[in-house]
Design a protein around this ligand. Structure first.
Ligand SMILES: [Zn+2]
Length: 270
């Protein structure tokens, strides 16, 4: 019995302390992928916490742990302890590639869109329509059509009459914020690790919202075949509007309320 206990102590201890390990790495925006003028040349530090991360003496880890204990949010972006931070809370550990992808995607939000570029403010906090609602179905069909036809112009033509104002709020949130970040992260892992489309697909499936996000990669690569478009995104325009203009459809270009973020606390309690 005593032996068993000793054995358990020896074996369990490293596992228990492993669950408290917080991964740290950093990301600088790759300008060969995103050459648009980024004012804030910075680096984002990544923090990954597992669910039961214990208190830690490091300033960042302490702030992150306290924050994630108080909130249901799984991601926090902003400044903390004098650093730009991307923090994520995950149930399980991520692979090296998943971590790089996650960090590239979130760093794009933080370093390019939120603290350098112009932000279409009103679309920033839009919630996803409730699952099963009409708006959810319409938006979902639009993103799926882009993927299945591999043709943004055709998807716009097929869905434009269904895309009502309330659906467009969510669609704009995705096409203004998520599509550029996803396109950037896709290109980033592809440049660094020569990943295949299947590698990307399995990472995106793990993080969820596959059609919404991966349609942005397809549209971004299609836009790359024509005139430069990234400065328009940097100025707060939607990738969907830019694509629609190229399709020569009669697409209403919305006037958006634009703003700049002055400062952002990563772990502000809500
Ligand atoms: Zn995102």
């Amino acid at each position: 019995m005593r032996h068993t206990l000793l054995f358990l102590i020896v074996v369990i201890w490293p596992i228990a302390s492993q669950s408290q390990v917080l991964a740290k790495s950093s990301h600088t925006i790759d300008r060969t992928i995103w050459p648009a003028s980024v004012e804030r040349v910075g680096q984002a530090t990544l923090l990954l916490t597992l669910n039961d991360a214990a208190q830690h003496s490091d300033c960042l880890l302490k702030e992150a742990t306290t924050f994630f204990q108080k909130t249901e949010h799984a991601i926090a972006l902003g400044e903390s302890c004098g650093l730009m931070v991307v923090a994520g809370k995950f149930e399980t550990t991520l692979s090296e590639l998943e971590r790089e992808f996650f960090l590239a995607h979130e760093s794009f939000h933080l370093l390019v869109q939120m603290t350098s570029g112009t932000l279409a403010v009103e679309y920033f906090f839009v919630q996803r329509p409730e699952q099963g609602s009409a708006d959810y179905e319409i938006a979902g069909k639009f993103f799926l059509d882009i993927l299945s036809y591999r043709d943004i112009c055709k998807a716009i033509e097929l869905n434009r009459s269904a895309l009502t104002l309330s659906v467009m709020k969510y669609v704009s949130n995705i096409t203004i914020f998520e599509w550029p970040a996803e396109y950037y992260a896709y290109k980033y892992i592809n440049t660094r690790h020569a990943t295949s489309p299947e590698d990307y697909a399995s990472i995106r499936r793990r993080f969820g919202e596959f059609a919404e996000y991966s349609s942005g990669v397809l549209v971004g690569e299609w836009l790359d075949e024509g005139a430069p478009w990234k400065d328009q995104v940097y100025a707060g325009e939607s990738m969907l509007d830019i694509a629609a203009a190229r399709c020569n459809t009669n697409w209403p270009m919305e006037k958006r309320l634009l703003g700049k973020v002055v400062s952002m606390r990563a772990f502000s309690s809500r």
